[in-house]
Design a protein around this ligand. Structure first.
Ligand code: HAM
Length: 420
């Protein structure tokens, strides 16, 4: 223990658990790599205005949860609370939308920061794998992303998740609905904070979980009744494509999501074993975001999946990932001469691509064998003075317990052959 601890709302990933996080990141991104999405990486901080304009001044993320800072040079920056605005900013800056065919399909993985009240599944530093498909209005693209997220969760073995689906309409029909909703909400008995939200972001009022509010919301106008024909047709097509792909979803007309940039398709993946922080992933279409941050019209769609919550979901379902052991061969030298010889063999093994490790620190045989066991290595190589005098090492198969003397010169080839 040092004097310091990880800051509130954060935690460290340490071995052996950290291997599980790496495997989850890999599994969540694998379907994207396989579907034409290219990797993008952007800075951990951005101009604060990118988020206030993009994600929306009235959202909790921007108004309460951003880590902002002023640099010594006077720039106003924010640690990124989400990835979509950054990725779109970077794509525009690199002119990706002009270089090739649209859509530009991108995936990313990294750390995000929100100053939220910490609880299980809700952290101030968390990790997402995300995807953005920029510059195309095509229901098949919305469907593709939902199908790929579903595939990612299923390859991990998850079963107890549900997909909630909604359409938020577009710039034609949403304002009409917004007016109708505001008119309805203004007649209700609500506290001052909620009244303010009626003006700023009335759709978020529908999200209010308090029973006294929910009770009054019965009979509120429903967005579905206000969707224009184009939005309705688009949504129907997304639903049909999902059904054709065998992806089961639930229509959830109350799903509004906490970011202002969404238009039309929105969706969330919720896991039933996680309690209140049940959203393991979410996303949707954001046809107006590019223009909101000063770019051309580029209708787009994307999602982000939470790595931390996906790991919690695996635990909730009791799923143990099968992680290949990191080390194949563990070398245990007995004596100074053996140290030099086996260290050279470990280097040789590594150079031909065999994962190998070595008993460092000059401990005795017992301690070294403990390390060998803990490493999960399939083979140990033990050698002492007498072995070396005969030009051999002892190769032990940790699974079968069998041990054989192998000529020093033949060791690398022998190990390669046995592992193949
Ligand atoms: P989001 O719903 O804010 O969407 O976050 C996506 C996922 O990140 C959540 O479903 C959750 O699993 C995880 N997450 C969010 N906040 C936390 C937290 N404090 N602690 C742990 N996990 C968290 C977005 O970020 C959008 N950028 C998604 C998107 C991409 N929409 C279009 N493209």
């Amino acid at each position: 223990m040092s004097t310091f601890k990880a800051p509130k709302g954060t935690y460290d990933l340490t071995p052996p658990d950290s291997a599980k996080y790496l495997a989850v990141r890999e599994a969540l991104s694998a379907p994207l790599k396989n579907s034409g999405y290219g990797y993008i990486e952007t800075p951990g901080f951005e101009d604060v205005a990118l988020f206030s304009r993009g994600v929306g001044e009235s959202t909790d993320i921007v108004s309460k949860e951003m880590y902002t800072l002023t640099t010594k040079g006077g720039s106003e920056l924010a640690l990124r609370p989400e990835g979509t605005a950054s990725v779109l900013r970077a794509a525009l800056e690199a002119n990706l939308h002009k270089l090739g065919n649209l859509p530009v399909k991108l995936w990313y993985s990294g750390s995000y920061y929100r100053y939220e009240r910490p609880q299980k599944g809700r952290y101030r530093h968390f990790s997402q794998v995300g995807a953005e498909a920029i510059g195309a209005e095509d229901p098949a693209l919305d469907a593709e992303l939902i199908i790929l997220a579903d595939q990612a969760y299923r390859t991990l073995g998850l079963q107890n998740f549900r997909i909630l689906l909604n359409s938020l309409g577009d710039k034609e029909c949403r304002p009409v609905y917004r007016d109708a909703l505001q008119e309805f909400l203004r007649e209700l008995d609500l506290d001052d904070d909620t009244r303010r939200r009626i003006d700023l972001n009335p759709l978020r009022v529908l999200d209010d979980k308090r029973p006294e509010v929910q009770k009054q919301l019965v009979g509120a106008p429903v967005l579905r009744d206000y969707l224009c024909d184009a939005c309705k047709a688009y949504h129907e097509e997304v639903r049909d494509l999902l059904t054709a792909a065998g992806v089961v979803y639930e229509d959830d007309e109350k799903l509004v999501r906490g970011l202002d940039y969404y238009t039309r398709t929105t969706f969330e993946f919720v896991h039933d074993g996680l309690g209140s922080q049940s959203a393991v992933g979410g996303g949707g279409r954001y046809d107006g975001l590019s223009e909101m941050i000063g770019g051309p019209a580029l209708p787009s769609v994307g999602w982000a999946l939470g790595v931390d919550r996906t790991v919690l979901a695996l635990e909730a379902e009791g799923i143990e990932l099968e992680l290949p052991s990191a080390t194949s061969v563990f070398a245990v030298p007995l004596g100074e001469e053996a140290r030099r010889v086996l260290f050279a063999k470990v280097t040789e093994l590594r150079r031909v691509g065999v994962a190998a490790d070595f008993a460092f620190g000059g401990r005795g045989l017992k301690g070294a064998m403990k390390s060998a066991n803990r490493s999960g290595a399939r083979f140990t190589v033990v050698a002492g003075e007498r072995d070396l005098a005969e030009g051999v090492v002892q190769l032990k198969d940790m699974e079968s317990g069998e041990q054989q003397a192998v000529a020093l010169d033949a060791l690398v080839a022998e190990v390669q052959q046995k592992l193949a």
